[in-house]
Design a protein around this ligand. Structure first.
Ligand code: PEP
Length: 256
């Protein structure tokens, strides 16, 4: 089955209103000169979702581009949850995508597989397209536990939220040892894990599982993007540091 590639940026806790405006102007100019030929998205801190979305809405919509958020509350109903931002609020602010279960959320903020599964369900219920992050630590890789870890993280979501919560979304394989290190995983690291993820998705539901895009994330940059994006079962990329610069992000989107 052919899947339209998807490249999504993750700004993490970076940016400002000014940076959002200048990124949007630069990315638009590049895309209007030559369309990137893939779907694109940019996930930003929640306070910047609405300003970003406003720059790409109505007459200013850019085909194939969607704004997004970096995380979401697992609480679906409004209430006394100080500081939380619900999926419905992110939708209201114009988000299309939502990263869920990023390794920084799991390791620094204690998000468990169960919490991640609830967040995917909440995102889907509100009409956001979840990008579920999975990936192993260096210790897990060295102990031969890569497959086990990734399947545990994926199965938690498939079991609790169901594969339909990921339809229209994506799974991002992000080995922790490759995130922000400048050293992307090699083809021989990426290929078997993407194959395992594809197989788990199609076992859950052949049609939905074939359609879900599997992204690679971890030190993707213009220089290594073409090699990574050409691998089997790699349907795009989740890009951290390199997405802060619109030109670099565009070069990754157009890498062939
Ligand atoms: C990420 O934060 O999801 C990521 C992949 O970061 P980087 O591209 O900077 O490694």
């Amino acid at each position: 089955m052919s899947r339209t590639p998807l490249v999504v940026g993750n700004w993490k806790m970076n940016g400002s209103l000014g940076a959002v405006a200048s990124w949007a102007a630069s990315f638009r100019a590049l895309c209007e000169e030559a369309a990137p030929g893939c779907e694109t998205g940019l996930c930003v801190p929640s306070v910047y979702v609405q300003p970003l979305a406003a720059l790409f809405s109505g007459e200013r919509a850019l085909p194939g581009f969607g704004p997004g958020a970096e995380t979401v509350s697992d609480r679906e109903e409004p209430g006394a949850f100080t500081g939380e931002v619900s999926a419905a609020m992110l939708r209201d602010a114009g988000a299309c995508w939502c990263i869920v279960g990023h390794s920084e959320r799991r390791t620094l903020f204690g998000e468990t597989d169960e919490v991640v599964a609830r967040k995917v369900a909440a995102a889907h219920a509100a009409g956001l397209r979840p990008i579920l992050c999975v990936g192993e630590t260096l210790e897990e890789r060295e102990a031969g536990k890569t497959r086990r870890t990734v399947l545990r993280q994926l199965d938690a979501v498939l079991g609790a939220a169901g594969i339909s919560a990921l339809a229209g979304g994506a799974v991002a394989y992000e080995p922790l040892w490759a995130i922000g290190t400048g050293k992307a995983a090699g083809a021989e690291d990426i290929k078997p894990v993407h194959a395992v993820i594809r197989s788990a998705l199609t076992q859950a539901d052949r049609t939905i599982g074939e359609g879900i895009r599997i992204l690679y994330g971890g030190s993707v940059k213009p220089a290594n993007a073409a090699g990574i994006l050409s691998l089997p079962n790699v349907d795009g990329a989740l890009v951290g540091g390199a997405s802060l610069d619109a030109g670099n992000f565009y070069r990754i989107c157009t890498a062939r």
